[in-house]
Write a protein that binds this ligand. Structure first.
Ligand SMILES: Cc1ncc(C[n+]2csc(CCOP(=O)(O)OP(=O)(O)O)c2C)c(N)n1
Ligand SMILES: CC(=O)[C@@H](O)[C@H](O)COP(=O)(O)O
Ligand SMILES: [Mg+2]
Length: 630
């Protein structure tokens, strides 16, 4: 395809100059372009293919960027990026120095709100709509949210707030529910069942009072009019969204531009909170993705669109996620009290097999991180042993639940924290940089940082056996390749181990950076300790190393501020030990998207970087002046 139309669109203003009859051709080119570029870069696929017509219609009808589009999650914004002046940069998507896979305010004026985590769009759009009212400006704010993201409490908190007037002001906010009957996995929960009922009874809603005028000029209007004649006097039931104060319209076909464009035009001209329910297909227009939307949610790398995603001929290294999934099944086999919980991340968290084998002990609670944690607390109160499998970045959502519902009551909940540290292509929104800092300060919480695959299995077992809340953190992908021993052995609680005996400098490694530290230590003849626990910290080992070395170096793949290195300095202070300490970890800045190996190197957290930092601080032949307190 030579993308003649797309090439003529440098910005949405160009799109708006085209006759409506050309829009389907634009959509066809756009879909092909997105598929082709994702096949070269990897990235989210199904959701982008499913929102092509919606994106064209939105930029055609609304006066963007003056009217604000807020994309929930933002994993479906590739067509939006192409239409908003970033067509030529799509080949750099999610790569170091390239454009982000999510909307970014610093990337384009059309990206009105940065996302990555779900269910924020209605709140943000409501804020923008209210700001327009307060400032006396005429503009619309549109939130585009998927059916999966709609399950989060935050979406309903926003509806609850946006549907009523405040001080006489009612925002002109339009919520578009993009219902493709999919989350990453098949959708779960009562809301999904409700939306399905709305879909099957669509003739009812099409005939509702508020909807009729909006459907004018659409193919649905005549149908709605006839239906109204037929049902005169009948009470048509309201939708939940109307109860929240929104004018509900739909469901309409989100791939049919002849319905979408006039419906959006009519909604654009209405005041107050509007709600449009559209129905789309995840992966639309690409048969393989339509047939298997779970697999085609995202591409991990390049692929041939004619062939689709293929498994590599030789299996890759076992990932930490797989280690967790195997451990979970083995542990469930051994202990009938185990219950596995995921907030909508079954595949990413390695729980597919567990779901198959233990369906009654598997709970996908939807995109509901807060609920997942308090639900686990409830299970634990009744003597069960919940394991919450959650990405480090998403546990941020449930901080109070972790503190208030789990830790204060000292309940035995195991948090399996996947995606700890930098995650690579998803960038700062998904990086798990903060969990050590935000968990270790909470009383009763134990924080385990396994160094490799086997340690991960044993740490999960150790945490599971502990009678209190525990986090076990591990990164995306594979580690050093240490094949887990099948037998599960509890690690000595709160104890680290010396892995290399050297002189003068002692490196205290937390987590998978142990191996980079060992490599650096070889060249410096430094001692290396695998600390295993951030909390309880092995204060005896810290003291011993401080007394026998000239300087300590802490190494971790989490944020420096408040992290494991800080725990070490606190322990030294508490023991009255004074020794130079170099703390290595992630800096006080958001690390961009890109290849994780390169990113770690840029942060000075590969073997060469660790060595260089030590040499820089302590000299090539590390000799440090002894402190008075030793
Ligand atoms: C708070 C949060 N939890 C989990 C995720 C991971 N996640 C990204 S997309 C997605 C599914 C979203 O479903 P939906 O909104 O229906 O969009 P679709 O993928 O169907 O287009 C999930 C669970 C996230 N981004 N944010
Ligand atoms: C958009 C989103 O939040 C998910 O799709 C995320 O990108 C998945 O990340 P992993 O590939 O690490 O599971
Ligand atoms: Mg969906």
């Amino acid at each position: 395809m030579d993308y003649t139309l797309l090439k003529s669109i440098a910005s949405p203003a160009d799109l708006r100059r085209l006759p409506r009859t050309e829009l389907q051709a634009v959509a066809d080119e756009l879909r092909a372009y997105v598929l082709e570029s994702v096949s070269r870069t990897g990235g989210h696929l199904g959701s982008n293919l499913g929102t092509v017509e919606l994106t064209v219609a939105l930029h055609y009808v609304f006066n963007t960027p003056d009217d604000r589009l807020v994309w929930d999650v933002g994993h479906q914004t590739y067509p939006h990026k192409v239409l908003t002046g970033r067509r030529d940069r799509m080949d750099s998507l999610r790569q170091l120095g390239g454009i982000s896979g999510f909307p970014r305010r610093d990337e384009s004026e059309y990206d009105t709100f940065g996302t990555g985590h779900s269910s924020t769009s209605i709140s943000a759009a409501h804020g923008m709509a209210m700001a327009a009212k307060i400032k006396g400006e005429e503009r619309k704010a549109v939130a585009i949210i998927g059916d999966g993201s709609m399950t989060a409490g935050m979406a309903f908190e926003a509806l609850n707030n946006a549907g009523v007037a405040h001080g006489g002001l009612l925002g002109d906010v339009l919520v578009i529910l993009n219902d493709n009957d999919m989350s990453i996995s098949p959708p779960v929960g009562a809301l999904n069942k409700y939306l399905a009922r709305l879909m099957s009874g669509s003739f009812y809603t099409a005939a509702r009072e508020g909807a009729k005028s909006v459907l004018k000029n659409t193919p649905l209007y005549e149908f709605a009019r006839k239906f109204e004649e037929h049902t005169k006097g009948m009470v048509v039931p309201g939708t939940i969204f109307e109860e929240f104060g929104f004018n509900y319209v739909g469901p309409i076909d989100g791939h049919d531009l002849d319905s979408l464009v006039p419906t959006l035009e009519n909604l654009r001209d209405k005041k107050g909170p509007q709600f449009l329910h559209i129905v789309t297909k995840k992966g639309a227009g690409y048969k393989l993705a339509e047939a298997d939307p779970v697999k085609y949610h995202a591409a991990s790398g390049k692929f041939d669109p004619a062939v689709g995603f293929v498994k590599p001929a030789t299996p890759g290294k076992t990932t930490f996620t797989q280690v967790f999934g195997d451990w979970l099944c083995d542990m469930a086999e051994a202990d009938p009290r185990l219950v596995g919980i995921t907030p909508a991340m079954r595949e990413g968290s390695g729980m597919v097999e567990f779901h198959k084998r233990f369906p009654q002990r598997y709970h996908d609670v939807g995109i509901a991180e807060q609920h997942s944690v308090t639900f686990a607390a409830g299970l634990a109160c009744e003597g069960l042993k919940p394991v919450v499998a959650i990405y480090s970045t998403f546990l941020q959502r449930a901080y109070d639940q972790m503190v208030h519902d789990v830790a204060i009551q000292n309940l035995p909940v195991l948090f399996a924290l996947d995606r700890a540290g930098l995650v690579g292509a998803d960038g700062a929104t998904h990086a798990g940089n903060y969990d050590v800092a935000y968990t270790r300060c909470v009383p009763n919480m134990a924080v385990l940082t396994p160094a490799d695959e086997d340690e991960c299995r044993q740490a999960l077992y150790t945490g599971f056996m502990h009678d209190g809340p525990v986090t076990v953190r591990y990164p995306r992908g594979a580690g050093a390749g240490v094949v887990p021993v099948k037998a599960m052995t509890a690690q000595p609680w709160g104890k680290g181990e010396v892995r290399r005996q050297g002189q003068r400098i002692a490196i205290l490694a937390f987590g998978t950076l142990l191996y980079a530290a060992l490599e650096a230590a070889e060249r410096l003849d430094a001692t290396v300790a695998n600390m295993r626990f951030v909390k309880p910290l092995d204060a005896d080992l810290v003291g011993e190393l401080a007394r026998t070395h000239d300087a300590l170096v802490t190494v971790e793949d989490g944020c420096l501020m408040g992290g494991a290195g800080s725990a070490v300095t606190e322990a030294l202070n508490a023991a009255g030990l004074s020794i130079p300490v170099l703390q290595l970890g992630l800096p006080d800045e958001f690390v961009e998207h890109g290849d994780p190996v390169k990113l770690m190197s840029l942060c000075g957290l590969d073997a060469a970087g660790i060595e260089a930092s030590i040499v820089k601080r302590f000299g090539a032949k590390p000799v440090v002046v002894h402190s008075a307190a030793r």
